[in-house]
Write a protein of this length. Structure first.
Length: 383
């Protein structure tokens, strides 16, 4: 991206990373997206290829095998995944979320044990929060992790777990004290290979993001060493989750803004090329007015999210602002996709047109990472 147009939070190193990410996604991933959509997950070796190029864990310190960068590197990777329409590779969960739980709360032994393997792609990371009966209400998770000597015994089930099908390392949200609400929650790391009692259920079929594997996970007496607990003591899980969710919500907002911009771009091109009643569709007043509104939304969203990224890099992004960014940009993403699809007519409903993917992939954005209703509840507490 030219220096004259790149955001203030970027620099030459970040833009070099952007170029590397774009090239990798365009050459190694985009051609495989149709096949990945059919099989509902990426090929396992693409994680290793991404790791070899340094595209995984870019904001993890080099001493733990990461790229030694910042959230800016995570942001440009999220943007380029949207711009190349490669949504199947779940790097945001793996690098931006899972790796940072380990970095923030792990012991030195844990960090040196797991982070280099996440950065190389040897391990694929997931975080298991949601349960069949518990979504945003994390205080009421039913999965239990009961201490038994030098081990924890985990029992329960999780659903809608991104990267769940391929995950080698899963951070499990569980109750180490089932009689307490948020004070009883802890985070435990499960290494899935050879874990007795661990199993995967269905790879869930979704209305969008077909290539991003989303699975059910089951824990039936799974034993993990007590040293796999994240944090200095039991009962810290809820606070840990709350502290990390701001970054998760910000990266969702980053993707939302990139999607708004891409949606506008493909729609402008289509409406200027497509003719109806003897003139380009763009020449109709309704088209021009609607796209002017979408362009305004894109501009406001970009200015807002650039400010949020700059604040986050400076350690100044607060909880309500991150919640605002998440709900508003994802709502606008859905609104713009809906308005723009209409200009494609019947073609907009056909899967081979990018607008159809932008429309269906957008809908989950208002749900995961905390529903938009939860975002508004959080914001209201600071009013």
């Amino acid at each position: 991206m030219p220096a004259s147009t790149r955001p203030a939070w970027s620099d030459d190193d970040v833009e070099a990373f952007r170029d590397l990410a774009h090239t990798f996604l365009e050459k190694e991933c985009a051609p495989n997206e149709p096949r990945w959509n059919d099989q509902q997950h990426v090929d396992r070796d693409v994680w290793r290829k991404a790791g070899e190029l340094g595209l995984l864990c870019p904001s993890i310190p080099e001493e733990y095998g990461g790229g030694g960068g910042t959230f800016a590197h995570e942001a440009v990777l999220a943007e380029e995944q949207i711009r190349t329409m490669v949504g199947s590779l779940g790097t945001a969960v793996h690098s931006t979320i899972v790796a940072h739980y380990l970095l923030k709360y792990g012991t030195e032994e844990q960090k040196h044990r797991w982070l280099p393997k996440l950065a190389s792609g040897e391990l694929v990371g997931a975080i298991a929060m949601t349960e069949p009966g518990t979504g945003s209400d994390l205080q009421n998770v039913k999965t239990k992790a009961i201490r038994d000597g030098d081990e924890y015994v985990i029992d329960g089930s999780k659903t809608f777990i991104s990267n769940g099908y391929l995950a080698d390392l899963v951070i499990v949200v569980a109750k180490t004290d089932p009689d307490n609400a948020h004070a009883g929650i802890s985070l435990l790391v499960v290494e899935t290979e050879g874990a007795d009692g661990f199993s995967r259920g269905r790879v869930l079929k979704k209305i969008g993001q077909h290539g991003q594997d989303t699975a059910e996970l089951f824990f039936d007496g799974v034993r993990v060493p007590a040293s796999n607990l994240l944090g200095e003591a039991e009962g810290q899980g809820f606070i840990q989750l709350m502290q990390q969710l701001a970054q998760e919500r910000l990266v969702l907002a980053v993707g939302a803004v990139a999607a708004i911009e891409l949606t506008l771009d493909v729609t402008l091109k289509y409406t200027k090329d497509r003719h109806a009643f003897g003139k380009p569709v763009f020449q109709f007043q309704n088209t021009k007015f609607k796209l002017a509104e979408a362009a305004t939304t894109a501009k406001i969203a970009r200015v807002f999210i650039d400010d949020c990224i700059a604040k986050h890099l400076a350690g100044e992004l607060d909880v309500p602002t991150a919640s605002m960014a998440k709900w508003w940009t994802t709502q606008m993403q859905c609104d713009v996709a809906d308005e723009c699809l209409q200009f494609f007519g019947g073609y907009g409903y056909m899967e081979e047109y990018p607008i159809s993917r932008l429309y269906t992939d957008a809908r989950i954005q208002k749900i995961y990472g905390g529903t938009n209703e939860i975002m508004k509840e959080i914001i209201s507490r600071f009013l």
